[in-house]
Design a protein around this ligand. Structure first.
Ligand code: KIV
Ligand code: NA
Length: 265
């Protein structure tokens, strides 16, 4: 089957078909995830946390994300690949945003870019889509703005609901093909989803979105410790891997590995 296109995702919405999105930052997970049926892979700026070991998404650069995105696009043939524009790579001007998006398309071979914000970035979205590059928007809690938002908090509660609706309408009007809603009350996310013709992708936004996204190390249980409420751990990769590595270390120390059949005469 051919590569998923943005139009397929919009058509899925009209047909009432949900789809799954997951982050990926390397070739093995990318190939495995599309094989398992994930339609959209996101080379997120969450690589800052999950690949590069930073506390927030802010430090990761375009030059650090492009090689990861290249690996993901090269290793796949079916999934639509979206790359995040990292913090600092699109805030300055529409021209800067287009130039960064063009780099991801040319150097990383991705099929779309994602950026954070609503009304405030509508002109960026318009400029990038006018250049022929599909844009996925990201509203609600936007991690690049965590210092401005006062930490990880649900967005759009109470009176703030109108602002979230305005953001959703602005990104759709500007030409986004889809919109991520992060940590938004389920009822409001459902209302946005019902109103929009473009598909909504929820993360901590309830079951009424058209699609869902998670960070793969969170959903596979590779990352340990307290996870946000919206994370569901479908596996315990941390235990599986630490058990394997622990046994390897023991066998190296005892001399049980390598066995004669794994050695050369
Ligand atoms: O960077 C990321 O992983 C994301 C998703 C969680 C939406 O932006
Ligand atoms: Na992101």
């Amino acid at each position: 089957p051919r590569r998923v296109r943005t139009l397929d995702l919009i058509k899925a919405k009209t047909q009432g078909r949900r789809w799954a999105m997951l982050t990926s930052y390397d070739q093995y997970t990318a190939a495995l995830f599309e094989q398992a049926g994930v339609e959209v892979l996101l080379v997120g700026d969450s690589a800052a946390n999950n690949v590069y070991g930073h506390e927030t998404t802010l430090p990761v650069t375009v030059d650090e994300l492009i090689p990861l995105a290249r690996a993901v696009s090269s290793a796949t043939s079916r999934a639509l690949i979206v790359a995040d524009l990292p913090f600092g790579s699109y805030e300055i001007s529409d021209e800067q945003a287009v130039a960064t998006a063009v780099r991801f398309m040319k150097e990383a071979g991705v099929h779309a870019v994602k950026l954070e914000g609503g009304v405030a970035v509508a002109s960026r979205i318009k400029a990038i889509t006018t250049a022929g590059i599909p844009v996925m928007a990201h509203i609600g809690f936007t991690p690049q703005a965590e210092h401005n938002l006062g930490g990880y908090k649900v967005q759009g509660r109470g009176d703030a609901g109108d602002a979230l609706l305005a953001d959703a309408r602005a990104v759709a009007e500007a030409g986004a093909f889809s919109v991520v809603m992060e940590m938004v009350p389920a009822g409001l996310a459902g209302q946005v989803t019902a109103e929009m013709t473009i598909p909504t992708v929820g993360i901590g936004a309830g079951a009424d979105c058209d699609a869902q996204v998670l960070v793969w190390q969170d959903m596979a249980g590779l990352r340990t410790g307290k996870a946000p409420r919206f994370v569901k751990r479908y596996a315990d990769l941390h235990s599986v891997l630490s058990d394997a590595v622990g046994r390897y270390v023991d066998e190296v120390k005892s001399g049980a590995f390598p066995e004669p059949e794994r050695s050369f005469e």
